[in-house]
Design a protein around this ligand. Structure first.
Ligand code: PHE
Length: 347
């Protein structure tokens, strides 16, 4: 028979072991494991019960009570240890996740539309407000659409006005969006009111010319269209893009596909027309070519020039962008230098 005092010795040595071991427990996971090793059925406290069979019957109740007391104590002990660990862990997490709301926010860089696209969109906006539809032509054209139908037959001296990239004797990279006029008039009965933006190509390369640039063609065909209609529309466009004080003037010019032909100047928006270096002291800045559609062009497209008349204009988008944003070299529009592009944002 086991002596109860000896068994009590065992009980208190388990208690000591728990207290000693607890000094090494550093997180709630370890507390959980330690608790298991004592309090699970097969744990060290549970194991004490196997001495019960050796205890004298009169002392069995006493022994059971002592083991149970140890068990209750251990549960509370591990319970408070666990709570201590969890609190400590929570505080550590708070500390780690702390946000300083007074810190300046990270600036996320956002892109913006290219100046050529901005101007293109602005022009589309202005003209679609006047009822123009968009027609996107193709960049590769045959000789007929780019020249012949536009009253510029082979060997016509006006072909020299534009240095052409030939892809073959028949096909060219279009030199002007005017080719779109022919496609539209061949396929549509008047009234016609289209705007055709797109890339054009010329073998030309200096501070104000690039081998690839963008034009916006306008074409209106109806009964009784005159130069007055042209000037009225261009006035609206110019005021919207360059400012309300800006006005236009038409100067005689020559294009094979318009008669009469004009160059359209706007009053210098830098000096208001008084003359400055920006407008080369003339008070005017040239912005586009235009005119009344040549009868021959209407005929080429099967439209009766005795019934209908038309106006056409061609705006160089880069030229407008350069004027608007004070860029003096067209290359700056194509070099994708963010130091330049970031300064230009009307969006
Ligand atoms: N296509 C001409 C050019 O590229 C511009 C223009 C268009 C002139 C329409 C008159 C009418 O220079």
């Amino acid at each position: 028979m086991a002596n109860l005092d000896e068994l009590r010795e065992k009980i208190s040595s388990v208690r000591d072991a728990i207290q000693k071991e607890s000094a090494n427990l550093t997180d709630s996971r370890m507390v959980y494991e330690a608790r298991k090793s004592y309090l699970d059925k097969s744990g060290r406290i549970g194991q004490l019960m196997k001495y019960m069979k050796d205890v004298e019957p009169a002392q069995k109740a006493e022994f059971g009570k002592n083991v149970n007391e140890l068990k209750t104590w251990a549960m509370e002990y591990f319970g408070s240890l666990d709570e201590k660990m969890r609190t400590r862990e929570l505080l550590a997490r708070y500390d780690m996740e702390k946000i300083d709301i007074t810190m300046p926010a990270l600036r996320r860089p956002v892109g913006n539309l290219h100046p050529v696209t901005q101007v293109r969109n602005e022009l589309i906006d202005v003209f679609s407000g006047m009822g123009f539809d968009i027609y996107e032509g193709s960049e590769v054209e045959n000789d007929y659409y780019n020249f012949t139908a536009l009253n510029t037959p082979k060997d016509h001296p006006a072909r020299d006005m534009q240095d052409t990239f030939y892809l073959s004797p028949e096909f060219v990279l279009r030199t002007q969006t005017s080719s779109a006029q022919i496609h539209v008039m061949e396929n549509q009965e008047p009234p016609i009111k289209i705007l055709s933006p797109g890339k054009v190509f010329r073998s030309d390369d200096d501070a104000t010319h690039s081998p690839m640039f963008t034009q916006m063609e306008g074409l209106v065909v109806d009964k009784g269209i005159t130069l007055g209609d042209l000037q009225g529309m261009l006035d609206v466009f110019v005021k919207r893009v360059f400012g309300e004080e800006t006005h236009t003037r038409l100067r005689p010019s020559f294009f094979p596909f318009t008669e009469p032909s004009v160059e359209v100047d706007v009053s210098c928006f830098e000096c208001g027309g008084a003359g400055c270096s920006f407008c080369k002291h003339t008070g005017w800045i040239e912005v586009l070519g235009a005119g009344i559609v040549n009868r021959k062009v209407l005929e080429n497209c099967g439209i009766d020039p005795d019934v209908y008349s038309g106006l056409a204009f061609g705006i160089g988008i880069e030229r407008v962008a350069m004027l608007k944003y004070g860029i003096n070299n067209i290359k700056q529009l194509f070099e994708s230098d963010l130091r330049v592009l970031n300064q230009i944002n009307d969006n």
